[in-house]
Design a protein around this ligand. Structure first.
Ligand SMILES: [Fe+2]
Length: 258
């Protein structure tokens, strides 16, 4: 039986209404505070540990996405991200094919370098056991929705994640970290943060094309795309709320200590 989907404009409106208008894309109190550059060293370390758990477990979700890819094209585009994440540089054509691997090229190693400047050590970073319940909920949602076996769900989650990354959280984090660097840590390496921010600007140009390509797939189910996107952003919100809550709890305990 031929499926009949409504015109893509209806779908775009629905994406606009649900994914683009998701609360966490409109307002993020944690990154707004972080951008002020007022985080103490302890707060910076707590943030870095949780971000390292997310960044490291993201690699698992990305591998799962490759394993579940429905065709070789999707498999390869997932693999580009995975290989680059692990340390293979993009060539002039924007592909990792023929690129060179460097241990130092792994995004996680950049983050470890950053964390070491804050006094954290290897064993204090990137391990699942170090994640708070909110961080782990986000990581598990990545595995479930972003790495989903169902292509419509995975595409929706991926679209939502790109939108989140474009919504300015890298810029807010960089703004805060630049202030910290200027005030008290002149050697703080910001490569991990600035590289991701630049990469997102490139991605932003492709996202809308991806929406049309997704919609033209014969097996595409719009409802699953939307559900995957919303579930992903709900989990993103839990991650940031978890960080905000840890900060408030720390403030509380300081208040009682005084
Ligand atoms: Fe990365």
């Amino acid at each position: 039986m031929m499926r009949t989907l409504p015109p893509i404009e209806c779908f775009r409106n629905e994406v606009e209404r649900t994914i683009h208008s998701h609360g966490i894309l409109l307002e993020n109190p944690y990154t707004q505070w972080f951008a002020l550059g007022e985080a103490t060293d302890a707060q910076l370390r707590a943030f870095t540990v949780q971000f390292s758990v997310f960044s490291h477990l993201f690699v698992e979700a990305q591998l799962r996405k490759c394993i579940n890819a429905p065709d070789i094209g999707t498999y390869r585009s997932g693999k580009q991200i995975l290989m680059n994440e692990l340390g293979v540089s993009f060539g002039r054509d924007g592909s990792v094919d023929g690129g060179t691997f460097h241990f130092h090229g792994a995004h996680y190693e950049w983050l470890v370098d950053f964390a070491e400047h804050l006094g954290l050590q290897w064993h204090e970073l990137g391990k699942r056991r170090l994640g708070t319940p909110s961080t782990l909920r986000f990581c598990d949602a990545l595995s479930e929705w972003y790495g989903s076996e169902d292509i419509s769900t995975a595409l929706g989650a991926s679209y939502a994640i790109e939108h989140w990354a474009n919504a300015g959280f890298w810029k807010a984090l960089i703004a805060g970290l630049r202030k910290v660097r200027a005030q008290r840590r002149p050697d703080l390496p910001l490569g991990f943060w600035t590289w991701h921010d630049q990469l997102e600007e490139l991605h932003a140009q492709h996202t809308e094309d991806e929406l049309s390509i997704a919609y033209s797939r014969s097996c595409f189910v719009p409802e699953r795309f939307i559900a995957g996107g919303i579930a992903m952003l709900d989990a993103v919100a839990v991650f940031w709320q978890g960080l905000a809550q840890s900060r408030e709890e720390e403030n509380e305990s300081l208040r009682y200590a005084v």
